[in-house]
Design a protein around this ligand. Structure first.
Ligand SMILES: Nc1ncnc2c1ncn2[C@@H]1O[C@H](COP(=O)(O)OP(=O)(O)OP(=O)(O)O)[C@@H](O)[C@H]1O
Length: 275
């Protein structure tokens, strides 16, 4: 069965259904201003400080699209007991663009281990079915393409390092022309592999995909022509690359490394003297 995933124009908060008390996730300014997101095909970034709600909003969009909340797709689904999603998706209406995609995926660094386990489990299950079929009928099952090819480039994701597995997943599974949500993919990646991810993003953008990426990476954010939304304690605003903290703070640190280190480490020394 072919999957049909809508391209996303934005989301509308059903304010009449939001609890009156300002509890998470409604306590987040970004959630209160979530309607400011104007999404299109191509590359969109959610940037901003830790804890401003990027993952919360991205996860809610992923759930509205039918993706597995822990990372995955509409068809690759799994659940571990350790995680629970926010209820935000229950209070959002998905606004769509014209047309739909037949591919989509939600990549979460924190879910990569469990995703790899699920891919291996499904491959082992198919191998067992093939063995049983051969035993009972003598027929060798053909035509089954192991998921580890589609996800890991021919190797189990578990047999690759964290960064190797992440780049293999991004390079192999995201086929193009789809809706792809990526939550801080750089966490596992070296600077060199983040640059390789820029090439993957370019391939996806050129194939008409919609790619929404929550990130702190000044390398990824440099993708030309992307729309960047800054999440902060006041809500959500569109911004320019050079205005993002990821760019400014990294650049300032590298340009003035010794001064920055003196300042950062001196604070600690004062603390020691005071003891
Ligand atoms: N299940 C939860 N219950 C209560 N608060 C939560 C829950 N999940 C997240 N939060 C809080 O909501 C805020 C936003 O979290 P979120 O993970 O969306 O931020 P983020 O912008 O993605 O941060 P980061 O850049 O660190 O990944 C944080 O302050 C976090 O502590």
């Amino acid at each position: 069965m072919k999957t049909s995933i809508p391209f996303v124009r934005g989301v509308r908060l059903r304010r009449d259904s939001v609890p009156r008390s300002a509890v998470y996730p409604f306590s987040l300014a970004a959630v209160q201003q979530v309607e400011r997101l104007r999404l299109e095909r191509g590359i969109t970034f959610f940037a901003g400080e830790n804890g401003t709600g990027k993952s919360t909003v991205l996860e809610a969009i992923a759930i509205l699209l039918g993706f597995n909340p822990e990372g995955g797709s509409t068809d690759l689904r799994f659940e571990t007991v350790a995680r629970s999603s926010s209820s935000l998706h229950e209070h959002l209406e998905l606004l769509t663009l014209d047309g739909s995609a037949d591919d989509g995926f939600f990549v979460r660094t924190e879910g990569l281990f469990n995703l790899a386990t699920e891919v291996d489990r499904q491959d082992e299950e198919m191998e067992e079915i093939a063995r049983e079929a051969k035993r009972w009928s003598g027929v060798t099952m053909t035509g089954y393409r192991p998921l580890s090819n589609r996800y890991g480039g021919g190797r189990s994701l578990h047999q690759q390092s964290h960064g190797e597995a992440m780049l293999a997943l991004l390079s192999n599974r995201l086929g193009g022309g789809g809706v792809y949500l990526l939550d801080e993919p750089e966490t596992a990646l070296s600077p060199l592999r983040q640059m390789a991810l820029l090439s993957v993003m370019h391939r996806l953008a050129r194939s008409g995909s919609q790619v929404i990426i929550a990130t702190h990476s000044p390398i990824l954010l440099a993708y030309p022509g992307a729309r960047i939304y800054r999440f902060d304690e006041d809500g959500i605003d569109e911004t320019e690359y050079e205005e993002t903290d990821a760019y400014r703070v990294t650049r300032d640190f590298l340009d003035h490394r010794e001064r920055s280190l003196r300042t950062l480490l001196a604070a600690d020394e004062v603390g020691e003297d005071d003891r």
